[in-house]
Design a protein around this ligand. Structure first.
Ligand SMILES: [Fe+2]
Ligand SMILES: [Fe+2]
Length: 471
């Protein structure tokens, strides 16, 4: 195997060419990454894809567009520019300069946070690997692959931190990130939602809307980290994450738009016969992806997270915009709780309730999508609406894990839940129907019948651009 040329093959702004030790570490990891990509990455054979590649964090450098074979994608390592005036914004070290090295006392916790974030990145590539076979258009196919290569880059970003700052333990963890696999019986991915299937494009749009958005909020907390390299890495990842969110938001827009169109044209809710996805099926997919994504924020209270905050390891969403003392030692928050078996709230210290704080930011953001989709329905002259289900619906983590609740928040017995869950979560018949619509459309400018075309192409190109050349 010839040695990779780092400046060329691995675009970076971390001085890789001057760091022999880091070079060697990445050199031994890179072939494993590539063989992981070949065995667990996208299965559809392609010649090349119109991709955005980051070769710099500044100006136009972060978004270079061109047709590239995916295996030759230049997975780079980029940290946002160092801010020489930056001060730690919160916790016990508030006001001190950020750390350029890992403090010994926080080593284990920081490594854990990086591994958990790192684990989600390749997981989603694995979950989405077969979707190319059923892409509704070349435009969508290109967006899928863009998301995939960027999740691959996000894995590189986390592996860089592990290799550069965590020595041998870090290198072992980097190997493990390739060894665990989504849905594997023996070595699954760490978090539940990343072991679920993404078997169809409605799931893909919902995943990129709801689950990638969880990633946005987690990265937002890491961006505040006192460990400056982690902060700067997360900041740049957030920039790429915005595209994933756009794919989800506009993807669901387009499904709802097409459904609304057929509902109006045919004057019926039962659009399945016309090859569109009925609104109630869209709602079920929304219910599922929203509820499993809520679980990703963990329990309502967490002393670990309180300790991470006080130590400066991760902050709150938009920490610097919060108008409080950024230490929270005297503050409190109401969090969801089960009170004698019923849904309620309790007051806890603000530090212990930080997961709830982050989840609420996320929920408010999710509501924005529902509002958009409902505007599409309203504009079509339809009275039906989509909604976010109750926070206790279908939860497997946190205060409501032990109870069953309808989307409107009504508590149910286990038997009632069993009987009725098919009304609220995708049933086998719904999944089979959605899958039956998933026929690939690979002709330029053509699109599947269950989804509307996008309003804009990528990088100013038209919808009928040759975004992907199949092999
Ligand atoms: Fe990511
Ligand atoms: Fe993402």
């Amino acid at each position: 195997m010839t040695r990779p040329d780092y400046a060329e093959k691995i675009p970076n702004n971390v001085g890789l060419a001057e760091d022999r030790r880091l070079q060697r570490a990445l050199e031994s990891w890179q072939p494993d990454f590539l063989s992981w990509w070949e065995t667990m990455g996208p299965t559809l054979p392609t010649q090349d894809v119109y991709l955005r590649t980051a070769i710099d964090v500044r100006g136009e450098g972060w978004a270079q567009f061109g047709h590239v074979p995916m295996i030759d994608y230049r997975w780079g390592i980029f940290l946002a520019d160092k801010n020489p005036d930056r001060k730690i914004a919160f916790g016990a070290h508030q006001g001190e300069p950020p750390w350029q090295k890992v403090p010994g006392e926080y080593r284990a916790e920081l490594q854990r946070l990086i591994v958990i974030q790192g684990d989600t990145e390749p997981a989603s590539v694995e979950q989405q690997r077969n979707l190319g076979a059923t892409a509704p258009s070349l435009y969508d196919l290109r967006n899928l692959f863009q998301v995939n290569v960027e999740e691959g880059r996000h894995l590189w970003a986390m592996v860089y931190l592990l290799h550069a700052y965590f020595g041998r333990d870090g290198r072992e963890e980097a190997e493990e990130l390739l060894r665990r696999n989504s849905g594997s019986e023996d070595s699954p991915r760490i978090l539940g939602a990343f072991n679920e299937e993404t078997p169809d494009w409605l799931s893909f749009y919902m995943f990129t809307y709801f689950t990638d958005r969880d990633g946005k909020y987690q990265l937002g907390t890491l961006k505040e980290s006192a460990f400056d390299p982690l902060s700067r890495t997360a900041e740049f990842m957030l920039k790429e994450e915005a595209h994933h969110m756009m794919v989800g938001t506009t993807g669901v827009d387009r499904v709802v738009e097409r459904t609304a169109q057929v509902m109006v044209e045919q004057d019926t809710d039962d659009v399945a016969a016309y090859g569109a996805i009925p609104l109630d099926v869209i709602q079920k997919y929304l219910n599922f992806h929203y509820s499993v994504s809520l679980d990703l924020f963990g329990g309502e209270t967490s002393t670990n997270v309180a300790n991470y905050y006080t130590a400066g390891l991760k902050g709150r969403w938009l920490e610097e915009r919060r108008k409080d003392d950024h230490r929270l030692t005297d503050d409190s928050i109401m969090v969801d709780a089960l009170l004698e078996g019923t849904i309620g709230q309790v007051e806890v210290s603000a530090l212990v309730g930080l997961n709830t704080d982050l989840r609420r930011e996320y929920i408010a953001d999710c509501a924005g999508g529902v509002k958009r989709w409902n505007r599409i329905l309203a504009d079509a002259g339809l009275a039906q609406r989509l909604y976010l289900p109750h926070v206790a619906f279908n939860r497997r983590v946190g205060a409501f894990a032990s109870i069953e609740v309808s989307p409107s928040g009504e508590q149910l017995t286990v038997d009632e839940w069993r009987l009725r869950q098919g009304q609220w979560l995708p049933a086998d018949t719904d999944k089979a129907f959605v899958r039956s619509l998933m026929q690939p459309v690979y002709q330029r400018g053509k699109i599947a019948a269950w989804v509307a075309p996008p309003r804009n192409g990528i990088n100013g190109q038209p919808f009928d651009y040759d975004y992907v050349h199949l092999a």
